[in-house]
Design a protein around this ligand. Structure first.
Ligand SMILES: Cc1ncc(COP(=O)(O)O)c(C=O)c1O
Length: 382
């Protein structure tokens, strides 16, 4: 049905009507007092959402922009970087670091797995000369639905002395993430994920240790330069012309997040992800991430049942039920499908999505007990 589409991809995610209404208003001048007031709210409320005392910089870009901003202000040619790779987005750090002339080593795990902290501990213990300057990692790896134990990993990185640079693009808002307490040195995220606004803004926060390394960077990027953005945060401004309408939307969305409470928002994502996982198992499908402990709370990756193709599942979900689910990426294309429970998602959405998934699989000939997934989701939501 027209205008009924529900996005269950891991970004862009659904945007509340009240946020869209703000975004639809005429643009205002980015040097006006009115906009400066919006920035003041945004910069203050972002610290609350990121659970940090440090400034949160906002870029007009997609999430990858903030990833570039992270490494392009820290790396000098020839620096050693260790990248912890769970999938596609872990590999993005590798490519960005290499583009700055870093020597990159990877610890990579098989699809659906996470980094064993002891493997990292062992590798870093071998680095007695402390050559490794930066360790990159992904909190919620959107290509597989696996989530690293960032707290444990960052503690180990801190003991070694390297900087931890964390991709929180699909974890901030959705999963518990405490940069100050866990010792995350740099954390990035993107607007079209848990923040409930459209694509176009990206976030970065860095602590004092990271700022010291930034000061040693010989060729910090011009557009992403942390220094320019930090100065602007202090002045409730931005260095360049920002996506003003998105900032206005962000202001509204942050107000909604504050009203829900960041703890409640994290808890909602966890409930939804675990309920979806239980439902999917009840329908007889296999999850890519086997252990609930290692599962992202924003994205769930699922193997199709035997004899049913991923394109068919996506087509029926979209055409018959107006629900868009994501395909797998790269080697996982057509091998898995991914359902997002990220951002502006309520219990009703989840119950209807599982119902639609059951109806889709029923139409496509998968044999299972009709209603088993919906029953499980209802039980799990409590
Ligand atoms: C974990 C993760 N990191 C990075 C990105 C890149 O963000 P963008 O596509 O906004 O550049 C994404 C996008 O899906 C992501 O899920």
């Amino acid at each position: 049905m027209k205008d009924k589409t529900f996005l269950m991809i891991p970004g862009p995610t659904p945007v509340p009507e009240s946020v869209m209404t703000e975004i639809a208003k005429h643009p205002i001048g980015h040097r006006s007092a009115e906009f400066s007031k919006i920035l003041e709210n945004v910069y203050t409320n972002l610290k609350y959402v990121f659970r940090t005392k440090n400034d949160v910089i906002v870029y007009t870009s997609s999430g990858t922009g903030a990833m570039c901003a992270a490494l392009e202000n820290l790396i000098n040619e020839g620096d050693n970087v260790l990248s912890l790779v769970l999938g596609n987005f872990g590999n993005r750090w590798v490519k960005i670091a290499q583009s700055r002339g870093a020597i990159v080593e990877k610890i990579e795990v098989e699809t659906g797995s996470v980094i064993d902290p002891e493997v990292l501990r062992k590798r870093l213990a071998e680095d007695t000369e402390k050559k490794i300057k930066i360790v990159t990692l992904t909190h919620s790896e959107t290509s597989t639905g696996a989530a690293n134990n960032v707290k444990a990993l960052c503690e180990i990185i801190r003991e070694h002395g390297a900087l931890s640079v964390v991709d929180g693009v699909t974890s901030v808002c959705a999963m518990e993430c405490y940069p100050d307490e866990w010792g995350i040195d740099v954390l990035v995220s993107g607007s079209q994920k848990g923040f409930m606004i459209p694509p176009g803004l990206a976030f970065l926060t860095a602590n004092e240790r990271a700022w010291k390394v930034y000061e040693q960077c010989k060729h910090p990027s011009f557009y992403w330069d942390w220094g320019a953005y930090k100065k602007s945060v202090g002045e409730n401004s931005t260095p360049f012309t920002p996506a003003v309408n998105l900032f206005v939307g962000l202001d509204k969305a942050l107000e909604m997040i504050k009203n829900e409470g960041i703890d409640n928002m994290n808890a909602r994502h966890k409930r939804h992800a675990l309920a979806l996982r239980a439902a999917v198992k009840a329908i007889g499908l296999e999850l890519v991430v086997k252990n609930d402990e290692n599962a992202s709370h924003s994205i769930t990756s699922i193997y199709p049942p035997e004899g049913v193709s991923v394109p068919d599942i996506r087509k029926v979900m979209k055409n018959d039920f107006d629900i868009v689910v994501a395909n797998g990426q790269n080697a996982l294309k057509d091998k898995i499908f991914r359902m997002g429970t990220l951002g502006f998602v309520c219990d009703r959405d989840l119950i209807s999505a599982v119902g639609a998934l059951e109806a889709t699989l029923y139409k496509l000939g998968h044999k299972f007990e009709l209603g088993s997934g919906v029953a499980e989701v209802i039980k799990n939501l409590g």
